[in-house]
Design a protein around this ligand. Sequence first.
Ligand code: AMP
Length: 286
Amino acid sequence: MTALRGLLSGNAAVNTRMAVRWISSVAAESGFSFPASLARKGVAPRRDPGSRNVQWVFLGCPGVGKGTYASRLSRLLGVPHIATGDLVRDELAATGPLSKQLTEIVNRGQLVSDEIIIDLLSKRFEDGVAKGESGFILDGFPRTRRQAEILEGVTEIELVVNLKLREDVLLGKCLGRRICSQCGGNFNVASIDIKGENGRPGISMPPLLPPEHCMSKLVTRADDTEEVVKERLRLYYELSQPVEEFYRVRGKLLEFDLPGGIPESWPKLLQALNLDDHDEKQSAAA
Ligand code: AMP
């Protein structure tokens, strides 16, 4: 935790010492793997060869479905799905000065400060390690090149999946998003059916409706209004390219164009991730 936080302070020597100290404590309890540069300083990566102890990141615009696919994959692979947006929303639900400050930022569609997000993420990692978790699928982090550098400084990300969906669908998807206030499940009431024209293929995305018992408990996120979604999309396009480039030059970026809704996209995503050999797991995660 201190390492992630320390990397914000800017002193490289101090940062490295803090990173190594943090990594040592995490390595003792989990199967996380760490960059070679840190391993050379005496922290050997440890990994259970039988496990699918992945350390992946999901990138993509608001509304693209990162949460949906990342949580399905996390069930399939037995690793936690860590969404920084969820961490922020948990914080919003609490009362206190931080919650008030965050509500204003989030409801304007802006990003919260690196310090706050690193703090929340570090705490989530620490809690996970205490519970014996290992590996992760990160969703919503990194959002900026600086966050990518910080993450790269403390642990090795193996793969970055960049989910992409045509722009004319994203707004509708965001506005159709619903959350069950009781179980926290994510659903989508939008029914997208765009016909192909001028050589451009159509796209059909049926709604992702909740089970009967969640129906009356659906709520809309406060930042899923049209005005705020447009701002979040604008900000995403502005900041995402340097993050994508950061991982592209490191050979870690997997671009994935979603061809449609879950029934169409999920098998293709598994194929792209070389996970399509597990039929029983495909249905278990669905
Ligand atoms: P999301 O659910 O990923 O759309 O995130 C909801 C909100 O949480 C964002 O609009 C930001 O205000 C905040 N947030 C989530 N992740 C980050 C991050 N990595 N950096 C800064 N702010 C974040």
